[in-house]
Design a protein around this ligand. Structure first.
Ligand code: ZN
Length: 457
């Protein structure tokens, strides 16, 4: 989906979009013109400034699940939904989070000021032993001499699992790992089930100073991890419901979601304050628009911890509700100026009602949207319950993905607006009161041709 629909600006300010060749050949059927009018009802109300301002507000602080930052975002989202007139529910759920407790290192019995951080999954314990530098801790580098010692390891080239296992197998009693070249910070490292060895990460500078010290003398280290373990934390989903017009209720439900949590320490402007802003904007715009379909707007917590919020929500749906949910639209990372084009991902790589609607809405708003195969976001739990679902995202991803650089200045107001318009237009195509219930009619007007794109994320 590389080609852009050409458009011509007229002096009067009108924009004429060049339609695909097959449509140009025949005059558009009357119902398609009507669709444009209906789209405009939604699209004209979508405000690029509001979309952008919400991303600005949400990305002021990180929103890692279980933190105050997430809770503040949740309260803001709830307040917004309520201001638009929605019945709004906070749905709390617990998840297991890792707490690194108190890590400490001593070098020759003097406390080491090397920016220490417990490995995720490390056992608690305190060991004192000579330190041996084992480079990257590949099997070639680790010898029997590490037995009974604390292994000093450089991060990189093989997995944490392999590094830890290689020295553990040779009888090391503790691990200090320093960052590889070009990597900053000390927040890394995993140990796995059965690797019963205290493990601590330090920054590269501190690691290299130890390597240097070891070249001239024996160094006795003390590695201590205290009070580390998993703890229960609470995260929330926010769910806003709009019932259909009483006399026109088709019994059908459409859900529109994003995730409000970010990675630890990341402002998550694009991931996924952008999607949350899209969900809020569509909620605002559709609040005063009569529909024949129940709309549920929702933002999920703990997506970054493994889709925990959306799995929780999906698990609360009754069989009856699942049958009534005609479509789930997920918006995740919809505003990066540095990412690729819009694509719709389904977990099985097959088209479904959501991609049909998205592709044709794309053709009406901007250009046909292609589809591909990917899980990795909150559309998965809906898909697994048998609900047609798709993820709207730009691919390939921007270089700032999951980093502290995922900030407001990288957000494109135009991309943010265009995706919100496409999803809004697709949702309204189902939900508008003049169309019969889904099972009785084709909802996608003048079905468009759209293709599978094996695009990497
Ligand atoms: Zn995300």
């Amino acid at each position: 989906m590389k080609k852009k629909a050409a458009s011509i600006m007229l002096a009067a300010g009108l924009v004429i979009s060049a339609a695909p060749a097959n449509v140009l050949a025949d005059p558009p059927p009357p119902n398609e013109q009507a669709d444009h009018a209906f789209d405009n009802k939604i699209i004209k109300k979508i405000s690029p400034d509001r979309l952008y301002d919400r991303v600005a507000l949400l990305s002021e602080n990180p929103r890692e699940a279980g933190t105050q930052g997430e809770y503040d975002a949740v309260q803001y989202i709830k307040k917004e939904f309520e201001a638009y007139g929605y019945e709004t529910e906070l749905q709390p759920f617990t998840f297991q989070a890792w707490d690194g407790g108190t890590p400490a290192i001593e070098i020759n019995h003097i406390s080491f000021d090397g920016d220490v951080h417990t490995f995720n999954g490390s056992v608690n314990g305190s060991v004192e032993a000579p330190i041996e530098h084992v480079g990257l801790a590949t099997t070639d580098e680790v010898s029997d001499s590490v037995k009974g010692k604390i292994a000093l390891i450089e991060r990189g080239s093989i997995s944490f699992y392999e590094k830890v296992q290689n020295v553990y197998d040779k009888g090391a009693v503790g691990i200090i790992m320093y960052n590889g070249a070009g990597q900053s910070g000390n927040d890394f490292g995993y140990t796995y089930e059965g690797q019963d060895i205290p493990a601590i990460a330090i920054n590269r500078e501190a690691g290299l100073s130890l390597v240097e010290q070891l070249q001239s003398e024996e160094v006795i280290g003390n590695v201590t991890v205290e009070d580390a373990g998993t703890i229960d934390q609470t995260s929330y989903n926010v769910i806003a419901t709009m019932k259909p017009h009483k006399n026109k209720d088709t019994g059908q439900i459409v859900t529109i979601g994003a995730h409000h949590d970010s990675v630890a320490g990341g402002p998550g402007a694009n991931d996924d304050a952008s999607g949350v802003s899209g969900v809020l904007e569509l909620a605002k715009v559709l609040a005063k628009t009569p529909t024949d379909t129940e709309l549920r707007f929702m933002t999920f917590g703990a997506e970054e911890k493994g889709l925990i919020g959306s799995y929780h929500y999906a698990s609360t749906l009754s069989e009856g509700e699942v049958d009534r949910i005609a479509a789930h639209f997920q918006m995740d990372m919809i505003g990066s100026r540095d990412a690729g084009d819009l694509i719709m991902f389904t977990p099985d790589g097959n088209k479904n009602l959501v991609t049909d609607l998205g592709a044709s809405a794309g053709a009406r708003v901007a250009e046909v949207v292609e589809y591909g195969q990917l899980g990795r976001s909150d559309h998965v739990p809906f898909f697994e319950r048998g609900i047609p679902a798709a993820l709207f995202i730009h691919a390939p991803l921007e270089p700032w993905y999951h980093s502290p650089q995922d900030t407001l200045d990288k957000i494109s107001k135009e991309k943010l607006t265009e995706v919100t318009e496409i999803v809004g237009s697709a949702v309204y195509q189902i939900a508008r009161p003049d169309t019969p219930a889904l099972e009785n009619a084709r909802v996608a007007p003048g079905p468009v041709h759209y293709e599978f794109d094996d695009r990497p994320l």
